[in-house]
Write a protein that binds this ligand. Structure first.
Ligand code: AMP
Length: 425
């Protein structure tokens, strides 16, 4: 099929962001060389992508956008941070008919933070259209969410529980939903969510198109796939799990020395922004207090906080208001903060899946990043399991870490002049 927009005249009058000149790894550059124009997306949607700064499609976008536009059901695998959101949002938005003021597509994601992030991306992509995006998630007023639909939202981005509450409401029409996306599908089809997702499936038309996106597809998803997907196409853009741009180190410590070790890391590393993971909400709060006492700026986030507070922290951290965020696994799945170049596992996670998603918060879109693990005697076994299951290597932390492994050139220069100024003082 040919559908290329031959000239670039549609870009006139648009303002792309400043070009991101940081080097990128083959995780996002190894494509077949197609352009967005070649992918048959609507021009108004391309305009939105251009204004976000997406110039060329990533491998998962190149491979799956044409299939989605053709109406295929999909099971698509791609690494963290390699453009999955665009891979489904671009065709979904392209297929929405702005003249029909009813929900036409539903994107399900596992956390509220990811729902906010995804609906924001959709709104940006749809900027040059009249498409309305509705965000349905727990922690907000149900009335507001219903109102969004009754006011003609055509694309719904939702967490499963709230989607079920709203779509089972008599006043809400869901027979017009023709596309369903499960982002982080492995999570949505795992024990905590699968029952809700199955109930939702019963409400949605059976002839809809279904797209599953995830970094991993464990065997448990098979029964769902067999039951609900129609002759799905499998796309896999990865032959390893971890990102090429992320260097992983460990430091052996005792529990009582962890804060001291963190303090040393803070003083030695070139941190643009860091996410520091703990294994419980209590430990998150305790650590955030200790970091603040050490004199470093720090936010924290976990699921027991009030939603409004969570929203503010997430928003401000993304804006770069604060350098460090201490969190639980709540901020793993899909969360995209481009400024994060360092992830620290203050507590080592017990599951490989959690490790993979945590370290994927740095090294977004093929950039470089650093993952540092504080390992106690009790974690040794888990670390070996993670290395084996993810087929990766976590190296002992060297005395000094080459900044070019995780810092953009401009930041290295900035840090050097800061250090020089300090010396002179
Ligand atoms: P995702 O994997 O969807 O979470 O995307 C990770 C990051 O890559 C986000 O910051 C996106 O804005 C960015 N991104 C996605 N697609 C592109 C693209 N084609 N070009 C540049 N950046 C992109």
């Amino acid at each position: 099929m040919t559908c290329a927009v031959a000239d670039d005249s549609w870009k006139s009058g648009l303002t792309p962001p400043v070009k991101d000149l940081r080097p990128r790894t083959s995780d996002v550059t190894q494509t077949r060389g197609m352009s967005y124009q070649d992918l048959c997306l609507k021009r108004d949607i391309l305009k939105g992508a251009y204004e976000i700064g997406w110039e060329e499609p990533s491998p998962i976008q190149e491979d799956t956008i044409p299939l989605s536009l053709h109406g295929r059901d999909l099971i698509a695998r791609a690494k963290n941070g390699t453009g999955k959101t665009g891979a489904f949002c671009l065709p979904v938005l392209s297929k929405i008919d702005p003249a029909i003021e009813h929900p036409q597509a539903l994107i399900l994601v596992p956390t509220r933070e990811l729902a906010m992030q995804t609906s924001h991306t959709c709104t940006q992509l749809a900027k040059h259209t009249s498409i309305k995006v509705g965000l349905l998630m727990g922690g907000s007023q149900m009335r507001e969410d219903v109102r969004a639909i009754l006011h003609g939202a055509q694309l719904l981005v939702a967490t499963p529980g709230r989607a079920l509450d709203i779509l089972s409401n008599q006043n809400v029409k869901c027979d017009t939903i023709k596309m369903l996306v499960l982002d982080e599908a492995d999570k949505l089809l795992s024990a905590g969510f699968i029952q809700i997702v199955e109930q939702l499936m019963a409400l949605l038309p059976s002839d809809k198109q279904t797209l599953l996106y995830s970094a991993t597809f464990p065997a448990e998803v098979k029964s769902f796939v067999d039951k609900y997907l129609k002759d799905p196409t499998h796309v896999n853009t990865m032959n390893e799990l971890t990102l090429k741009g992320v260097t992983q180190y460990y430091a052996f410590v005792t529990e009582s020395k962890k804060v001291h070790c963190l303090n040393t890391l803070f003083s030695r590393l070139c941190i643009n922004q860091a996410i520091i993971f703990c294994n419980s909400t209590q430990r998150v709060e305790l650590l955030a207090k200790k970091i603040t006492d050490l004199g470093y700026s720090c936010f924290y986030i976990h699921s027991k906080m009030q939603q409004q507070h969570r929203n503010r922290v997430f928003h401000d951290f993304r804006q770069g208001v604060c350098r460090n965020l201490v969190g639980t696994d709540l901020v793993t799945r899909g969360i995209d903060v481009q400024g994060v170049n360092v992830v620290i596992n203050f507590d080592f996670p017990s599951r490989s899946e959690s490790y993979l998603h945590r370290i994927g918060r740095s090294g977004r879109y093929g950039h470089r990043g650093l993952a540092i693990n504080l390992i106690t005697e009790d974690d040794r076994h888990n670390m070996a399991v993670v290395e084996r299951e993810l087929n990766t290597q976590i190296l002992p932390i060297p005395r000094s870490i080459d900044p070019s492994l995780y810092v953009a050139e401009a930041q290295i220069n900035e840090k050097q002049s800061e250090d020089k100024e300090k010396k002179e003082e």
